[in-house]
Every structure is written in structure tokens, then in C-alpha cells.
Write a protein that binds this ligand. Sequence first.
Ligand SMILES: Nc1nc2c(c(=O)[nH]1)N(C=O)[C@@H](CNc1ccc(C(=O)N[C@@H](CCC(=O)O)C(=O)O)cc1)CN2
Ligand SMILES: Nc1ncnc2c1ncn2[C@@H]1O[C@H](COP(=O)(O)OP(=O)(O)OP(=O)(O)O)[C@@H](O)[C@H]1O
Length: 188
Amino acid sequence: MHDLSAKDRLRRDLRAARAAHVGGLSDTGRRAAEQAVAEQIQDVVAAASCLGSYAPMGHEINPAAIEERGKGVIALPWFSNRASPMMFRNVTGALEPGPWGVMQPPSRAAPSRPDVLLVPLVGATPAGDRLGQGQGHFDRCISALRGEGPLTTIGLAWDCQMVEEVPTDTWDEMLDMIATPTRLYARA
Ligand SMILES: Nc1nc2c(c(=O)[nH]1)N(C=O)[C@@H](CNc1ccc(C(=O)N[C@@H](CCC(=O)O)C(=O)O)cc1)CN2
Ligand SMILES: Nc1ncnc2c1ncn2[C@@H]1O[C@H](COP(=O)(O)OP(=O)(O)OP(=O)(O)O)[C@@H](O)[C@H]1O
């Protein structure tokens, strides 16, 4: 067992490491690294009927190069308000700011169910344990999606976000794969 602050401390340290790493990359270097991430997972992504992605914030890996390799529809997280669960809606046109300050499809966009899901993260282990932003949106959403049918979850990480261990709780959902610019970790 652990106290909640163990997650908070690791989040703070890994966010700092991520900022330092990304801050040291040139624009070209960052784009090349994001292309390298896309190459690690291109077969899984090309096989998706509905690719769940995310609108990147700050130092997160930009999944645009991955989205370009998708052959099905692209869906993004969508929230009605700050108290509502995270859903997915298809991208068909312009995005608008959502309740969390993240760009999302408009409410008229069709709701959808990703069968391959790109997952942002703050930290992860080779075994697939994940540390997120700390609101449980992805844990709850992944749990619901897994209850509805097949789902492949792919965490996207800079190599400096990979750690030996993260504190886990009962509600934490493991990732099936984690792609970094240099490696693909897949659950046995
Ligand atoms: N790219 C990305 N999208 C994501 C997540 C994520 O981790 N990364 N989320 C993972 O759960 C959900 C959104 N979670 C969020 C949780 C908190 C804040 C937040 O604190 N925002 C500040 C500042 C926003 C702004 O700059 O305008 C705020 O609302 O005060 C944003 C998103 C869904 N979409
Ligand atoms: N399946 C669930 N059911 C109910 N509450 C949940 C569930 N999953 C997560 N939570 C709640 O979400 C909160 C944040 O959890 P945690 O710190 O593990 O988030 P995280 O995995 O780092 O972030 P996220 O999934 O938002 O990217 C916890 O307080 C927990 O109670």
C-alpha cells in the first residue's frame, strides 16, 4: 500500500523530467521523435476501425503523425461538463474548447467507440502500469470500453517517462502497449 502522495510526488518529478527533455529538443528533433513513435505502432494503428486519440497539451507526445497512419475514423475525448465522464466523438471538422480547456469535437459530432486507443501519460512501466494526470478519466473510460468489446490501449511516452515502478491502485487500468521514440513495450 502507499499514500496518494506517492503518486503526486512521482507525477511532479516525471513532469519536470518530461519538460526538461522536450525543452532540449529542436522542433525538427521533436517531430522526428514523434514520427519514430508512429512507426513503432503503425500496423496496430492501420488496423483500427476507430482510433481514439487526444489533443496534445504541453509536453505530451503529439499524436498527429500516428493519426496520419490511421485508415478508419479518428475520435477524440469529449466532455459535456467537468462532472461528466469522458466519452469519445468522431473528428469530422473543426474542434472547440471543452470544459477542461482541451480541444474537443462539437456535441453534434457522432459518439463512437475506439477499438485502438492512444493514451497520454505522465509515467509508465515496461509491464504496462500507467500514471496519468490524476483525475481518473482514462482509467474509468478504459474500464468502460473494455466492458463493451475488444480494445487495444497504447500509451505514448518519451523514454524519460519510463520507470521501474509506479504506485498502483485497484482502479488503475494497465496499458496493452507503450510506444516511445526508441522502443515498443508490449504486454506478453
Ligand atoms: N491531451 C490530453 N487530453 C486529455 C487528457 C490528458 O491527460 N491529455 N485528459 C486526462 O485525463 C483529459 C482531460 N484532463 C484534464 C485535466 C485537467 C486539466 C487542467 O487542469 N486544465 C487547466 C488549464 C486549462 C487551460 O490551460 O486552459 C484548468 O482547467 O484549469 C486539463 C485537462 C482528457 N483529455
Ligand atoms: N474506475 C474508477 N471508478 C471510480 N473512481 C475512479 C476509477 N478510476 C479512477 N478513479 C478515481 O480517479 C482518481 C484519480 O486516479 P489516479 O490518480 O489513479 O489517476 P491517473 O490514472 O493518474 O489519471 P488519469 O486516468 O486521469 O489519466 C482517484 O481519486 C480515483 O478514485
